[in-house]
Design a protein around this ligand. Structure first.
Ligand code: BTN
Length: 235
């Protein structure tokens, strides 16, 4: 689409038609009402970045394992940057992609459940590519870090190939391998850092994620698991 409000919203509309195939991609140069996590907006300069959504139909994934989809999509973006572009990147739990301690990519995965089945999943990706100036100092782009401009159509092709490869791993039941790959590139893992937890500032060390995808932080005396709303990264 030359322009649309949100590729996630448009994909959710399209997927209601039974003829919509798994793998359908909605992509735009200009997203006018991009949505982020926790009800935030996702704003980027038109024509300079990747903003797209992929329709998946992961009926083979049990809802209790839905975090596997987060691993698949974030690993695919991580693969693109780390292996494809040879640039060190990390996954900030649950699914922000970080380069040089700044966010280069946000992911919004919206799963539709029916009974005990994920009927479809819309995986929305906002990857900052050629944009050089950002509203927030905590944001960056591939161009800012690697000092070159990218041709968006080939970058999206590469990223879609990575998504397919990681998704096929999921489909063939390689859960342990996916989790190991995800945990191995977790941002701040194994380093002492400060977190805000229920109004308290606590020092701890990220050790991984549990089976439900909760973040595990080791506070010395014990390890605790956190949901997205329960923990904030400080420094
Ligand atoms: C985040 O808050 O980090 C998630 C941002 C996700 C943005 C992408 S851009 C393409 C897709 N369409 C949306 O409305 N949001 C996602």
């Amino acid at each position: 689409m030359p322009e649309c409000h949100s590729t996630n919203d448009l994909a959710a509309q399209i997927v209601r038609q039974p003829s919509t195939n798994e793998g359908t991609v909605v992509i735009t140069d200009k997203q006018t009402m991009g949505r982020g996590q926790r009800g935030n907006y996702w704003r980027t300069e038109p024509g300079k970045n990747l903003t797209f959504s992929v329709v998946l139909k992961p009926a083979f994934v049990e809802p209790k394992n839905q975090f596997l989809l987060t691993m698949v999509i974030s690993l695919a973006v991580h693969d693109l940057i780390q292996s494809g572009l040879n640039c060190a990147a990390f996954i900030k739990w649950p699914n922000d992609i970080m380069i040089e301690r700044k966010k280069v990519c946000g992911i919004l995965i919206e799963n539709q459940l029916k009974g005990n089945e994920i009927t479809h999943s819309i995986a929305g990706i906002g990857l900052n590519v050629n944009q050089k100036h950002f509203e927030f100092p905590s944001a960056t782009s591939l161009a800012q870090v690697l000092n070159k401009q990218f041709y968006l159509p080939s970058l999206v092709d590469d990223l879609l190939e990575n998504i397919e490869a990681r998704y096929l791993m999921l489909r063939s039941g390689k859960f342990t391998e996916l989790k190991a790959a995800y945990v191995s590139v977790l941002y701040w893992k194994g380093e002492p850092h400060t977190f805000s937890i229920q109004g308290l500032t606590l020092k701890g060390i990220i050790s991984g994620v549990d089976a439900a995808g909760k973040l595990l932080i080791d506070f010395g005396e014990r390890e605790r698991a956190f949901d997205i709303k329960e923990v904030e990264y400080l420094e």
